[in-house]
Design a protein around this ligand. Sequence first.
Ligand code: NDP
Ligand code: MG
Length: 406
Amino acid sequence: MTVVDENICEVKSADYINMDFKGKRLTILGSTGSIGTNALEVAEKLGCTITALAAHSNVELIERQIRRFRPSLAVLFSEQAAADLKQRVRDLPVKVSTGMDGLCEAAAADTDLVLNSVVGMIGLMPTLAAINAGHNVALANKETLVAGGPVVINAAERSGVKLIPVDSEHSAIFQCLQCSPPNRAVKRLILTASGGPFFGKSEQELEFVSPKEALRHPNWKMGSKITIDSATMMNKGLEIIEARWLFDVKAENIDVVIHRESIVHSIVEFSDNSVLAQLGVPDMKIPIQYAITWPFRLECDVKPLDLTELGALSFYPPDLRTFRGIEVCRKAVATGGLYPAAVNAANEAAVALFLENKIGFMDITRLVESSLEYSLPEFGGRVEQILEVDRMVREDTIAKAKKIKR
Ligand code: NDP
Ligand code: MG
């Protein structure tokens, strides 16, 4: 499976200019989040039609979105919130659904593209529902690929649909790989990482940092889970696994470099040692819009990049001893089977506990590391096994956290 369509080089140059996205139908899962709200702004500028919207429980915001974009289906995962929403929008011709069935109903509803921007591996089943309905999927929800990479890639191959990356690093690589030869001659992928708010700090210094400090990302404004993942650098570990599946490149050929400015979004090194990178201001509207308009490019409502204003760009090796999330993910993907799902589940549970002030910052990494010690059954490729491991590891992580002395 490859996300790169070799035929796109044949698109006539005039088509790039005349392309019109008015009326392109879009479903957005996670519409109330950081990616979802940016995506709706992009979609509105492009003149797209919104088929369905889904979120967890933010009734006020999704009601405003429904009134503005008039989808025919809206989903809130929380049953109580969905009941409230039903009352609020009873004057409109919109169906309101709830729960996992609702999310999958939205993902499968007739449309041109499904953007999955929910947070967490809760996005796995809706991603599969969209793929099985034959929809191309713009994927921001990286946990889907971390927990269920082989299942998702096989399903996409079977259905003949495209997975278009939204994560900025993966969008950068995707952009660098456009029009490369069929074997793509890729030697190495280099993911850039900002280093987060704690770049240069030692383990001792990080032991007692608060959620408020960890949520202060220097360059990107994102949801709380991914912001904590950036602070622990677990985000980069998850992204190695995400890239491994999206681009069919072995994890040992995926490197990480710290790049504080977040201007170079990622890099591809080819077999002739030629290197391509994609640059731009750190604004998710660029990769979101590219995922919607691919393989075309249109004007985007972001600041142009001024290199002379920046002056210099810096690159450093990551501190793998303090920020051990990268190595944990490498081990998980090397072991394979259900281990990436276990690591992801431990991380999701640990980040939630840290945000609730129940564990310390470094405990997140320790709990995630301990998930590699499970003796997990052989993976037979069934999604139910992933869901079962996810449930078991979450429960166990919460139990382990209760024993941590603070
Ligand atoms: P946010 O926390 O800002 O938003 C999460 C969204 O998911 C909200 O709409 C939330 O709804 C919804 N959601 C959460 N749980 C459920 C559920 N059970 N059912 C339905 N909807 C649910 O996250 P981000 O937008 O920052 O991130 C979303 C995904 O994109 C993550 O996987 C992240 O790793 C990835 N990503 C994000 C980037 C960014 O810049 N933000 C960059 C690259 C990747 P509600 O508001 O109702 O709770
Ligand atoms: Mg990223």
